[in-house]
Structures are given as structure tokens and as C-alpha cells.
Ligand binder design. Sequence first.
Ligand SMILES: [Zn+2]
Length: 490
Amino acid sequence: MDTDQFIEQAEAFLTEIEREFYLVGSGRKEQLEIASIFDRYPDLFSHQTVEARLRERAQAAEPVAARYLATFAADGYMENTVKAISEEITNRELAATVEWDGEELPYRQVRTVLAQEPDQARRHDLHHRQLAVTAQQHDKRAERLRRLHQEATSLGFESYATLYETLKGLQLPMLAEAMSQLLSDTEAAYAQGLENALTGARVDPDVADVSDIIYCFRAPQFDPCFPADEMVRGLHRTMAGMGLVRGDDFGFVLDIEQRPKKSPRAFCSPVLVPEEVYLVIKPQGGSDDYDSFFHEAGHATHYSRIAPDAPWPLRCLGDTDITESYAFLFHYLVHNTRWLRDVLGIPLQTAEEFRRFALFKKLWFLRRYAAKLHYELTLHGGDPAETCDAYVPTLTEALQVDIAPENSLADVDDGFYVAQYLRAWIFEAMLRRFLEEELGEAWWTNRETGWFLRDWWWQGQTLPLSALARGIGYEGLDARPLVEELLGLW
Ligand SMILES: [Zn+2]
């Protein structure tokens, strides 16, 4: 298969996959049928095809596009080889229940119940029942990872980490070092924030575990600030401020119709980029719903503004840290005191309280992901059944609450997604600071912001984050703006 044939097949395949996820997630189709789509493209992810893409990457005239095609092929190949084990784990989880209050509670709903359980002892009881189910998949997950490690070396890479570091341009050693610095710089602020959060929610800090944090983060007192029927209007006002809407037209399809089987969580489906991009929502209200709606709106805005004649790999593939950065830029508006006051009409004092709450939540996530990056580097450096022992000490040190060993393999995403998220977090803080300094504290009310971002969006994934960073006066990714924000210094 030459490059043109590969692109033609890959584009058709990805469009089918995206459409399938859109139809099922939006409640227009009952069942997800992914395996049959894979079956229709048997050559796309064969060992031979991936090897050809990797060779092409090494000698390509257009290195960025060739790297994206090689990543797409390798990712698909890796996923395909462990498809059966992945499905088995997912299906077991879907079928699993835990006994709770005399009823069988579906395993996947436990988290929602934990967030609402006010009694700490009962919360821990339920959490342990959940962990007992998680533990049943542990050996399967170890087997799956072992297989992925073998496949990485079969493709000619030294290790699993080298494969993703090379193909996704993750700069892992530099990122790991920046995250060590972040962990030490924010340690005291985190300890204080944790104590405030736990005592505020009447949780005993001596025995606190992750389920208590889930409960703290539910924070129903802020629900009235985030009504379901203001979400779309809030987005419209925000995008209109940047000159990004024409009348009621967002530039993408806003799927807001009520359907019984629609996903309760907002998502973006870039079926055809840029002409057929969906933002799907079933508004529930509450800050989490606003977070995910604005996050997905950032993705949808980006995808729908990419140049229609840009080469397919630069429109539809590429480093996900680029699109995640734009998603975070929209997402974190919901945590901005001035935006909360001006767009949602929340009183300043409440807006400020919410900002502080959201900032601690962000600090928790950042420290968790920083520790997870360190852990995953260890995990993928040896036999997962043994290296997974690093999970508890690494995460406990960063988070200062009880960490359950049962999650050591369940709490891992494929392909160092953790690193892509961390890179996007770092870059979004750099970009936001640049916008504030150049275009004003309320940059989302400035049409110049729209012009500036449109220029970047138009290029799709042509420029990796390091090049975008140079465009705003940095030498590369720099975690300082993020750390300063987390410390409340900016
Ligand atoms: Zn995202």
C-alpha cells in the first residue's frame, strides 16, 4: 500500500469510526459496532503496513504528516492486537455489579454513588466493594500490557516508552523532570488545600482515601450557579465576544435534541473535518457539566475552523496535545472569576469561592497526573505484574491520601496519554497568559483573540506544541505559568 492508498483507506476508516461513535453517543443508534468496521479494512493495521509507515516516516519529505500517519498506523496496530483482551475486560466490567443496600449496583455506576454518599464509613465500604471487582481484572490487564510491550519491540523499538516518545514527540525525560519540579513547588500549597477541602467536607483526614476526594469534588453547593438552561447561551456569548459566531451559527453542529439513549456527558465528534463536526450535549447543569461542555466546545471550535484543503493527516490526525490545549482554553473559562460574573451573572464573592475550589481540584489532577507519569515510566520499564508495585508509593507521596493497589493497572491509559494531557495543561497556561497580557484580562471579549486563534486553528495540527510555543515568545514548553497559577501567584 503506497502513501496515497493508505491515506484513502485511513480516511474512510476513521470517518466510519467517528460516525459510529456519534450515532451511538447521540442516541440515534442502539449498539456500537466497531469490530465490523475494523474487519472492512484488514490491511490498514497489518504488521507490514505499520512497518512501511515507520520506514516512510524516517525518510519523508513532509516529516510531520508522515509522523502522524505512522502514529495512526502503530496505534491502530497495537489496539488491534489486544482487541480481544480489551473487549473481555470491558464486557466483564459492564456485567459486574456490587452489592449495596440490598441491591445489585452496576460497577460502572459506583463512582456516582460514592460522590453522593455523605457517610465516610459507608463510602469506604462501597469503595472497597468496587475495588474487589477491579482486582478481578488485574491479571488480564497485566497480560494485555505484556503483549503491548512485546508488540512495541516487534516494531523495532527498544521499548513501549520509546515507541510513543518517538511517534508522539512527547519529550518524556524533560516532561518527567518538569513534573518533579511541579510536585515539589506545589507540595506545601497542596497540603494546605487538602486539609481545607477535607475538613470543609467533614472528612477525617487520618483515614482519607480517593473516595473521599470524589465526594469533596462533588460540591453540590455550587449547582445553582450552573443551570442547565444557561449553558448554550453562555457559550454563545463567549464565542460572540471573540467574533466566532454568525447569528446562531457556531460553525459546528450543536446536537442538543433530547433522546433517551443520549450520552449524559458532552462530547465532540469530528466526523468530517472541518465540514461535519458535532458538539453533542444533554444539558444537566452543575459545574462538571459546564466543564465538559466548554471543553468539548473547544475541540469542536478548533476542528470546525481547520482549512478544508489542508492535507488529511494535518486535519484529522496529529498530536492530541494540540487539540486538548484549545479544549482546556475554553474549559478553564468556567473557572475564571470575571467570566463567571460577566457571562453567568454569579456574584463576585461566590465566583471567587468557586475559583478557589476549582483551583484545588486542578492541583489535585495535576499532581495525580504528574505522579502517574513517573509511575508509568516505571511500569512500562519491566514486567507489569511486578513494576505495578510502584503505583501505591508514587501516588501516595504526591496525593497524601490512601491509594488502593487494586487500581495500579486499571488507572493507566494506553500510549502515554497522561503525557499528552500534561503537555496540553502546560501549554494552555502559557497560551492563556499570553492572551491576557496581549489582548486583555477579559481576552474572550476581544475580537482580536478570535483572529489570533483562527490563524492557529486554520493550520490544524501542522505545528507541534513546541513550534506554537515559539510563536508566543517561549523557547519550548514551559511549566512555570501553570505552576504559578496553581500556587495562586498569577
Ligand atoms: Zn479533550
